[in-house]
Design a protein around this ligand. Structure first.
Ligand SMILES: [Zn+2]
Length: 341
């Protein structure tokens, strides 16, 4: 199927919210990981979100080019081409864009959409995240409102964040941030809704409830999903039954009970990166270690071309990651719920 149109993306999100499930949003950085994400969703008959971060875009553009927007566009073009071969919907999103990267990432991507629409082409992406959580909330929302206006006109959805997701991801380290910033307050959630909903009610909101990027040993992360419940109640009371479309960042390593609890409170997108990164590497490393005497040219031997051909271990890594994507579909209850069924 083609990539979800703006309307279909909204339908995907609405059905998830109404039926209390969520989409895994899988970070991809290459054709291999993009294929793994598509295969993982399709195998589970689940629609899904595939996303590119600033670092992922830069990586995808190559070590000589290092252009985060160009790399993201290249991956998105590839997924658009390949998506036709699958029987579920994929939506394309970009992950955390901090204020100092707007001019290098989200703004050129919006410009690309504008250019494509003028040529009568469909949007390349469905949504973008602006992460202004390092700014005071008022300033964060001022920038968010400007972006939301422009993006709504182009049928792009915006994801925003208030509060700070702990940990380190993609070179952005928040481990020094004070603990109270790791929890969004009901007042923050009311303020975000109040500021953004007059422009569009279809924005996504990454609330923080002790979630961290990365994976930690059990017991080191204290999630408080009830923060989401309290915030939704506050928004509902103040704005006549309204609610936010919530995004769960740092989902890797969370327990199934915690994940399911967040679905009750309106989480409809959960970002998964660390767990799929590990899955990709896990079976690849196994192959390399098991076959290293054939992969390497040792003691004057010539090695085995069939083993050091990058496709040999690439396929294994891709399959392993696809299985992990499928597990996320099960965990988030999106399995078997594609709009195309
Ligand atoms: Zn995140």
């Amino acid at each position: 199927m083609p990539i979800a149109t703006p309307d279909i993306y909204k339908q995907m999100l609405k059905k998830a919210k109404d039926s209390k499930y969520a989409f895994a949003a899988i970070n991809v950085t290459s054709m291999e990981t993009a294929r793994a994400a598509m295969a993982g969703f399709a195998d589970k008959k689940s629609d899904g979100i595939i996303q590119v971060s600033t670092g992922g875009g830069e990586y995808a553009s190559g070590v000589n080019v290092k252009d985060m927007a160009l790399g993201a566009i290249a991956i998105a073009e590839y997924i658009h081409k390949m998506a036709d071969s699958y029987n579920v919907y994929f939506a394309l999103h970009t992950d955390h864009c901090h204020p100092h990267k707007l001019d290098k990432f989200v703004k050129p991507l919006i410009a690309e959409t504008r250019k494509r629409r003028k040529m009568g082409l469909p949007n390349l992406f469905n949504s973008h995240m602006f992460d202004g959580s390092e700014l005071p909330l008022k300033q964060n929302m001022e920038i968010s409102k400007e972006l939301l206006k422009e993006m709504t006109e182009l049928e792009l959805l915006l994801e925003v964040e208030a509060g700070v997701v702990g940990g380190e991801e993609d070179g952005h380290d928040t481990s020094g941030v004070s603990n109270d910033k790791l929890y969004t307050t009901p007042e923050d959630m009311e303020y975000v809704y109040d500021q953004l909903s007059p422009i569009s009610k279809d924005f996504l909101f990454a609330a923080t409830f002790g979630n961290v990027h990365g994976v930690y040993k059990p017991g080191n992360v204290k999630l408080t999903p009830s923060i989401l419940k309290d915030g939704q109640e506050a928004v509902s009371n103040k704005f006549q039954g309204a609610s936010l479309n919530l995004v769960f960042h740092g989902g890797s390593g969370s327990s199934i009970e915690e994940i399911h609890e967040t679905l009750e409170y309106g989480v409809i997108k959960m970002n998964v990166d660390t767990d799929t990164q590990y899955a990709y590497s896990r079976d690849l490393v196994d192959f390399i270690f098991t076959n290293y005497k054939e992969i390497l040219k040792i003691d004057g031997e010539v090695g085995n071309k069939k083993k050091y051909d990058p496709r040999a271990y690439g396929k294994i890594a891709e399959k392993s990651m696809a299985l992990r994507v499928g597990k996320s579909c099960d965990d988030l209850r999106s399995t078997g719920k594609s709009l195309l069924l």
